[in-house]
Design a protein around this ligand. Structure first.
Ligand code: TNX
Length: 511
């Protein structure tokens, strides 16, 4: 089936019309600042075909040559979103228009999906490809469409992360949240507290190798993502989930004694100290870490965690969240925290809550989330029973390495249909469309050891969350799962060609 994931706002296929032929004379026309998107697309096509696809400032004079061209044009569009684009494909060429480079880039992702799968290979034999005649008018529903990778429980190299960024960019994801610190490790260089990545980065779950990103590594990730119009969101998880920091620096502990580095998977046992005798060290730590992370983060967000601080007495939690969020906000960034931070009435202006309870809010999750909105903030929806990428797929086998992949605590396993069948604006009372910044699918990596396993858990489920974030809300409240599943099946050949792993357990079960 010809289709695009996430589904565009409007798409008109003209099966009877002559297609666009991408062949020998293929070239890209990309004037002005469109050039960098043209160059990126040309590099992808070069990787696929082994042939240079020239990028021109202006269209060739001859109509024959023109018809072999992909044009990327910056024009004002009648759409508020800077990611809006149009795509017109005919035997006269393929034309993407947008009012910003980001919109042009999103449009090229649609074009990439309409090209035949060998275009996603790294070494396709030179091929004459066709793209069906089509008109697309498209813009996202939500401004924030994210994916999260936990690089603490298991660590992933820069190259592995870049590869994942490329794969998620195909689904028009525009935020990449890196969970950089937790009990099992501290994964980002902080010059003023070097033992964070000395002692603090030496461990991972189950004795797996530790590791961390130098600032240069992190900047490479940020820049690679930015070329794809993806914003990196760094998370420093505080005040719980801090055993790695507490093992590196005794002065951060309430008793002044360093903790033992941790390789288990339990949560909720560690905490920064709110004691007055630790205030100087703790506040210096917070200010230094926030400043250094903000310095290498061009994006507007700083995620401070705040989840599952079960070892922090309630009054201490409120005191620490106030100090942590103030330190983060003083860098000029907008603070994001897991929804538990809604317990605090002293959050900086515009603070965003990331909701990770269920489709039916558990305990006080709904109230905490709504409280952040009442303070003037917005919400990122990551309901764990549908949007978590680490919850098992039904029927998914153990990995070739023999361990079970994925957890099941959030009402798992989660089917692709369940991941697709939810409505962000209908979950938390008092948190409707206007209060929702967007959606995010997090991948926690307690059971996920290799980048192959990462991809296996991310795809296809991320496609469901990406579509909920991008595509218009269904008028009658129900999304057409059969149509979605058919379009996702169309991506399989692209994933195969690109060497991206994905879970087929449900398809296998369906025969
Ligand atoms: C809960 S979700 C956590 C993480 C775990 C995850 C496993 C959240 C904010 N905290 O610490 O890794 O469950 O699914």
């Amino acid at each position: 089936m010809t289709g695009i994931v996430p589904a565009p706002a409007r798409i008109e296929l003209r099966p009877a019309a002559a297609p666009f032929r991408f062949s020998e004379g293929a070239h890209i026309v990309a004037p002005g600042t469109a050039k960098r998107i043209g160059a990126l697309l040309a590099a992808e096509l070069l990787a696929a075909t082994g042939r240079e696809v020239p990028v021109f400032e202006t269209a060739p004079v001859s109509p024959v040559d023109r018809s072999a061209g992909i044009s990327l044009l910056l024009r004002p569009l009648d759409e508020a979103s800077e990611e809006a684009y149009t795509l017109d494909v005919s035997d006269q060429g393929a034309v993407v228009t947008a009012s910003t480079p980001a919109g042009l880039y999103r449009g090229t992702r649609s074009l990439r999906q309409l090209l035949p799968a060998p275009a996603s290979r790294v070494d396709a034999p030179s091929a004459a490809w066709t793209v069906p005649a089509v008109t697309v008018r498209d813009a996202p529903r939500f401004a924030y469409r994210g994916v999260m990778l936990d690089v603490v429980r298991h660590f992933f190299s820069v190259d592995e992360v870049l590869r994942l960024i490329d794969a998620v960019a195909m689904l028009k994801v525009n935020h990449f949240h890196l969970h950089l610190t937790d009990d099992q490790g501290w994964r980002i260089q902080i010059d003023s507290w070097p033992e964070l990545t000395g002692i603090g980065a030496s461990t991972a779950v189950g004795g797996a190798p530790g590791g961390f990103y130098t600032k240069a590594d992190f900047v490479r990730i940020v820049e690679y993502a930015a070329e794809r119009f993806i914003t990196v969101v760094p998370e420093i998880d505080l005040p719980g989930h801090t055993c790695a920091a507490l093992s590196a620096y005794p002065e951060l502990n309430h008793d002044g004694i360093a903790r033992t580095p941790y390789e288990g998977v339990e949560v909720g046992f560690s905490s920064l100290s709110a004691a007055p005798e630790r205030a100087e060290a703790t506040d210096r730590f917070l200010a230094d870490v926030m400043r250094e992370v903000a310095e290498i983060t061009p994006g507007p967000w700083l995620h401070i965690g705040g989840d599952e601080s079960w070892a922090t007495p309630e009054a201490d939690y409120l005191d620490l969240v106030r100090r942590i969020t103030a330190a983060a906000a003083s860098t000029g960034k907008t603070v994001i925290g897991w929804h538990e931070i809604g317990a605090s009435g002293a959050l900086p202006t515009g603070t965003v809550a990331q909701y990770w309870s269920y489709l039916v809010p558990q305990e006080n999750a709904g109230v905490l989330t709504a409280s952040v909105v009442e303070l003037g903030g917005r919400v990122i929806m990551s309901p764990a029973d549908t949007a978590y990428l680490d919850i098992q797929y039904p029927g998914a086998p153990a990995t070739p390495h023999g361990y079970a992949l994925g957890l099941d605590w959030a009402d798992g396993p989660t089917s692709l249909e369940a991941a697709y069948s939810w409505e962000p604006a209908g979950i938390v009372p008092g948190v409707g469309e206007d209060a929702i910044l967007g959606v995010e699918a997090p991948l926690w990596t307690e059971t996920v050891l290799t980048i192959d396993d990462v991809e296996f858990m991310v795809f296809p489920r991320l496609a469901a969350v990406a579509e909920i974030g991008w595509s218009a809300a269904p008028g009658d409240g129900t999304r057409d799962y059969a149509d979605f599943a058919a379009r996702v099946a169309g991506l399989h050949a692209h994933w195969d060609a690109a060497g991206t792993r994905y879970c087929t357990a449900e398809l296998d079960a369906a025969g």
